[in-house]
Design a protein around this ligand. Sequence first.
Ligand SMILES: NC(=O)C1=CN([C@@H]2O[C@H](COP(=O)(O)OP(=O)(O)OC[C@H]3O[C@@H](n4cnc5c(N)ncnc54)[C@H](OP(=O)(O)O)[C@@H]3O)[C@@H](O)[C@H]2O)C=CC1
Ligand SMILES: CCCCCC(=O)/C=C/[C@H]1[C@H](O)CC(=O)[C@@H]1CCCCCCC(=O)O
Length: 331
Amino acid sequence: MVIARKFLLAKHFNGPPNVDDFKIIEEDLPDIKDGEFLAEAVYLSVDPYMRAYSHRMTEGSPMVGSQVAKIIESKNEDFPVGKYIAANFDWQTHTISSTDGVGTPYLLPDLEELPLSYGLSVLGMPGNTAYFSFLDICKPKAGETVIISGAAGAVGIIVGQVAKMQSCRVIGITGSDDKGQYIVENFGFDGYVNYKRENLEEQLKQAAPEGIDCYYDNVAGEISTTVIKQMNTFGRICICGSISSYNTDINNPPKVSCVQLHMLRKQLLMQGFQSIPYRNRIFESINQHLEWIREGKLKYIETITEGFENMPKAFIEMLEGKNLGKAVVKV
Ligand SMILES: NC(=O)C1=CN([C@@H]2O[C@H](COP(=O)(O)OP(=O)(O)OC[C@H]3O[C@@H](n4cnc5c(N)ncnc54)[C@H](OP(=O)(O)O)[C@@H]3O)[C@@H](O)[C@H]2O)C=CC1
Ligand SMILES: CCCCCC(=O)/C=C/[C@H]1[C@H](O)CC(=O)[C@@H]1CCCCCCC(=O)O
């Protein structure tokens, strides 16, 4: 008999999540049937979308998630015992999976020397997001200036390095000087601005004196309005995320100043991006990122919290900006 531990959304978040908003339960799992396999979580992901998506969940339902898991029992020859998978399983330690339906688990390639947790980060959903969004939407050209908000996070550190590969000037927006210095020293960013310091507008003017051609937006809100006001004619904006709004009341979103006149004057293009439609092309980004990592062109960092019981803590801390790179929990 296998006992799974799982986290439920005990009550809807009111502003930033609190540890009391979650409940951990234990569940006896039945024997697996033909076509099924049993997987044990090794690493679990905590992602910003879980906060934004939570308002659609009913209280008492499992927290949605994804994980890298080891197959420990199997009656499915495509998913043999001992292999590792990436799967959209909830916040739970053990899962019985049948492979029909949306978001079918997939076997991870042999990562050799690389950490298995990369299957949730640079070789997982955030990597796939960066890969299919930035080049296609921002269309960066050599010599152009690229600004990235959420620059020291899971998606941002990949986009920054890809922008450098395109010979762009790359400035990151971060919530601390430590993070800003880290991405400059370790990931080749040309500079950073700290949105928690005074006068972001002036900081940006100094960091991007020739204006901004591409904006990769992970945060939205006033930070983004300030960036958009400094964009050059025919600039391109990729909307990847809106984290500055996730902790706010869905029926009472934050008021931000209007950008339309700036967009009209500068003939800017803005496009939103969803990674879900690209889920079935994940091996394209995995293979490209593996190649770049092995060639030394792409580096990565993760913030790992130990212990399944600390899932809520890791999630809360990621939303507070305590992570550098991808926030992951090791069971
Ligand atoms: N469109 C899609 O398909 C996908 C979208 N996303 C989106 O991309 C964005 C980044 O995700 P990801 O890289 O996984 O997360 P990160 O690893 O960047 O972690 C979140 C970071 O957001 C920053 N942050 C938190 N609150 C605020 C705020 N109020 N204003 C500005 N920044 C804030 C913090 O960094 P700091 O200390 O710098 O403030 C924090 O570390 C999110 O908006 C997410 O929803 C992610 C994956 C797929
Ligand atoms: C719910 C707000 C999503 C904000 C952007 C984001 O972080 C998206 C992440 C997706 C990632 O690819 C894995 C997912 O399942 C995330 C999306 C989940 C909900 C999408 C709802 C879209 C909608 O509101 O129509």
